[in-house]
Ligand binder design. Sequence first.
Ligand code: ZN
Length: 693
Amino acid sequence: MTQQQIALQQLTSTLLSAFLPPTAEELRSVLRYHDWRYYVLSEPIITDTDYDFFFKALKTLEENNPALITPDSPTQRVAKGLTEDFHPVDHLVSMLSLENTYNIEEVATFENRVKELVMNGDVEYCIEPKFDGASIALVYENDLLIRAATRGDGTTGEEITNNAKAIASVPLSAPFSKYGIYKIELRGEVVIQKDVFEQKNKERVARGEKAFQNPRNTASGSLRMKDPKEVSQRGLQAIMYHISYAVDKAGQNLIGITLLHHFDNIKMIAECGFKSPIQEVSVCKTTEATEAFLAKWIELRYTFPIETDGMVIKVNSLKQQQQCGSTAHHPKWAVAYKFPAKQAHSKLLSVDFQVGRTGAITPVAKIEPVHLSGVTISSISLHNEDMIREKGIMLGDTLIVERAGEVIPYIVGVVPDLRNGSEQPLVFPSNCPSCESPLIRPNEEVVWRCENADCPAQLEERIIHFVSKDAMDIDGLGRQIVIDFIANGLLKNIEGIYALDFEKIRTLEGWGEKSIENLKNGIEQSKKRPLWRLLVALGVRHVGTGTAKDIAGHILSIHELSTKTVEDLIAIEGIGPKVANSIHDFFTNEANIHLLHDLEKLGLNTVNNPAENASASNKLNGQTFLFTGTLTQFGRDRAKQLVEENGGKLLSAVSANLNYLVAGESAGSKLTKAKAIPSINIITEDEFLALIA
Ligand SMILES: [Zn+2]
């Protein structure tokens, strides 16, 4: 506690017990002190009754002798009457916006750029929460608050001095002269604490008024209310965190001269009686420290009493800030780090109705791109007609989109308040968008289907599924190539994959000897895949990788499945009635039996290799591998097989996603690259074999 605070505490006690009438100045300092304790520190030490006693005493004194009134008297906080309009005012220094970063790599890029701008000097960063409220700028001259303004367009804001005064945590006067400062512009944010916001909303609803939507909009709306008295009742707080302008009595700039560090500025702001982020701010000297501090806040923000949508990272030295300079839009010495957002608003632009390989029609929402949890989302599945109806989604609606962590993004709902009347009902088609066959919705299903076996869209999806990584895993035959081949008449069915006309492919744009050779190899290798992969590739409903492996362990040839009854199938561990019925239907269908015989004739493996299944394990479950250099104990194909049979995955290049690099003899650039990424384990062939032993 400072000397001054002790003195004010004593004065409080004296005034409460004294016989002598207090002076106006005594009352003002005591009231200011207790305002500060209550609104800035949230640590009141006197009762409301005692506070009211002082306030009334001052008011009476001033009423009897108006000459005693000073502009910064606590009685002058809430102006009487209505504000007619908010005049435009120019900020002393433009309020630039901050560039956003969304991950530590982008923060590191920013830090590297700063390092170049300051000629490789040592740089400290001051990191503070990015409060989610309404920006304001306060100007003090000769220790008195003379002006408050909204951010506006950054150059010109609206003058809201009377409303800012009505916010109890904004000091009407502050002792900047102690620091040699005559005129100063402070930046900050007007916010409403989360619990206060909820409380205010409860009160509103109880009074039959409409609840506010969120603290930020409420804060910015409150700043522009005509009646300062109402502003004073909104539970607003002003948190001041930045000095943009400071001069002495002679008009000489002090930034970078006597004011040297952003952290010290925040400290001074706090000492002058403002609410500031002094408790939250941290000075970080390395990217690692920055990363750790940001990570801490990703969690902390949920329990922090004020809404934050990220952190602000600023160069601490004001001299270095000046060296960095600014673009027309952003300072180059600061950047915002946005927390991985879980929810965002986005407009529904259109809906695509996609035909899946089983004929199921899936509505897919095309939305205005939004950034969530580190990825940009522009389309989201709407799943089915029922979901559209339940959520009442219309074209042009504002949607609430959510994506938490690695989860697939989904639509939480719409914001009906943001409709403007131009929204259109979403009509589900009655015919297949690909082949125009009438769509059918089987009883008790939520999905509409195209039941045309020759539907081109279904064929496309069936082939894409057949060649995909989890199924036959054909290298060189990606989604777009399948689509092109179908469009060029090169592929008409699944069997066609094994009878491609390479002479014709050679004439297509983008196809050279090398890519044709790759494709031929990929197709050739797929003929030797284990049986479970063929089971997955056929696209039997409800049969995924796990089920396919369960089944493959119980049969010697795929043709056996045509002879099994539903009961036989249920007897297999892991197979339920739904799956059993689906398998039975598929393998007793004439067309499918025909397809299997054709594939067999084309050289595809349709039998089980017991040794393969015996060695299969999950020892490498989900781990990724890459082989480099000359392997001496097994070939590349065998290596790939070993990884996959044991549940691992093969990557084609060194990246942060790689878990193991198996380095053979005279390994080259891949090894060098892998050594630079600490998370990659570099192992020998023997060590690899030990992993699966
Ligand atoms: Zn169709």
